[in-house]
Design a protein around this ligand. Structure first.
Ligand code: AMP
Ligand code: MG
Length: 409
């Protein structure tokens, strides 16, 4: 039940339709997840501190909490002798108040006792009687607040600590944890169902038979969806059967996006267009691009459906050019690092299809560009492609020695 292509449109027009489709259909949602699982997620609201940090004045060093004025004038030759009245370790506190002439032995992280306003490091002290440890010689004069981390000096309660849109790196996760915050609202990632179609495709564990091939696309597309920040949901292979495909697509409408591959053309067995026509709306069928002319874009209710060409190389090129950036945007992933453009000399003449924008895989060797002249089913060629070259639809030949702009992967 093949049909004609709906209408072949230009690359720029296709990009516009896809941009609008994502804008109109996909609504950003947030979810609440444990802070410990939130690495690389994006916070979906401003987060205020819930407590002061530090929660109390605390010692920065092991030593003695004192009244600083008791140390004034002290040095190695003229130590000041203080009476040690208590000992406080991290995790506990002293009920005693320091009076003039007294000190309390203190550990790093312990709360500063009442009456004290400084800490003298243990290195600047001496226990006078090992047995009693009552008298402590202070060997250095310290100013008020010495070696004390003041309450709220790091973060004040109620202050903005993470702005909406912040990526949760390990440090930021640590800050939330120090605040006692156990879970956090982050942007939900879009769920992408992946459906490979074709009578020739073998399922996992099936033996190879004449005319059959292994399914490369399901895992290939799963990989690129992950790289874009989506959550892939791979489905079983579907035969070129109208009802089977319709059922599978209907069963995938709980995801945000459905990506099919294969069966997007206008020949016998190419049924995706008919299915989307019936249960949704086809917005693009046919883009003036090589490879990847038989690309389909549509919507079913408020969900996006993409039909990539079955050839793995075409599928990946179409995904990279038309889909990747949108999934990054809605999953709030960083823009792709690659896409760097450099000019090099062409080492081999290119003949390009007239009337279609061509994306040609190339290898770069010794600063020269070598086109990879394989068909778009040749998946292995992807693994040694360094970049691609865009050949405008008006250009038929690019000659040896011409300078071309390559877009690095
Ligand atoms: P189609 O888009 O269905 O016309 O398929 C175009 C070409 O891609 C055919 O040679 C298919 O056998 C091949 N193909 C389709 N789907 C896959 C797949 N999942 N894995 C590998 N090759 C595929
Ligand atoms: Mg097919």
């Amino acid at each position: 039940m093949g049909t004609e292509f709906l209408k072949i449109i230009d690359v720029e027009e296709a990009k516009k339709i896809i941009r609008n489709l994502f804008k109109e259909t996909y609504k950003l949602k947030s979810e609440n997840i444990p802070v410990g699982d939130a690495y690389n997620r994006i916070v979906s609201e401003d987060i205020l501190s819930t407590i002061d940090l530090p929660i109390f004045d605390r010692a920065l060093k092991d030593g003695y909490a004192i009244k600083s004025e008791d140390s004034f004038g002290a040095n190695e030759e003229n130590p000041k002798i203080l009476n040690c009245i208590d000992k406080v370790e991290a995790g506990s506190f002293s009920k005693k108040t320091i009076k003039t002439g007294e000190c309390i032995e203190i550990s790093t992280g312990a709360p500063i006792p009442d009456g004290a306003d400084a800490v003298v490091m243990v290195e600047y002290s001496e226990k006078l009687e090992e047995s009693s440890t009552k008298d402590i010689a202070i060997l250095k004069s310290v100013p008020p607040t010495e070696d004390i981390s003041k309450k709220a000096s790091d973060i004040k309660k109620g202050k903005l600590i993470l702005r909406k849109g912040t990526i949760l790196n390990p440090v930021k996760i640590g800050i939330l944890s120090a605040q006692g915050i156990d879970d956090v609202n982050v942007f939900k990632k879009p769920i992408v169902s992946i459906i490979s179609t074709g009578n020739e495709l073998l399922n996992k564990n099936e033996k190879i038979e004449p005319g059959k091939i292994y399914d490369a696309n399901t895992n290939l597309i799963k990989g690129v969806v992950l790289a874009s920040g989506g959550i892939p949901l791979t489905k079983d292979i579907v035969k070129d059967d109208y009802n089977e495909l319709k059922m599978k697509i209907n069963g995938s409408l709980n995801s945000d996006i459905i990506i099919c591959s294969g069966g997007t053309s206008a020949g016998v067995g190419d049924i995706l267009k008919n299915v989307v026509d019936e249960i949704g709306e086809v917005l693009i069928h046919g883009i003036s691009v090589k490879p990847g002319k038989p690309t389909l874009v549509g919507k079913i209710k408020d969900k996006i459906i993409i039909g990539l060409p079955g050839n793995p190389v075409s599928a990946i090129i179409i995904y990279s050019i038309f889909i990747d950036s949108h999934i990054r945007l809605i999953s709030k992933s960083p823009e792709k690092g690659g896409n760097k453009r450099i000019n090099f000399e062409l080492a081999k003449r290119i003949h390009s299809a007239k009337g279609r924008m061509e994306y040609l895989l190339v290898q770069i060797k010794n600063d020269k560009v070598y086109p990879i002249l394989k068909d778009s089913g040749a998946i292995a060629s992807l693994s040694y492609a360094d970049a691609y070259v865009k050949i405008p639809k008006s250009v038929e030949i690019v000659d040896v020695g011409e300078i071309v702009e390559v877009i690095l992967f």
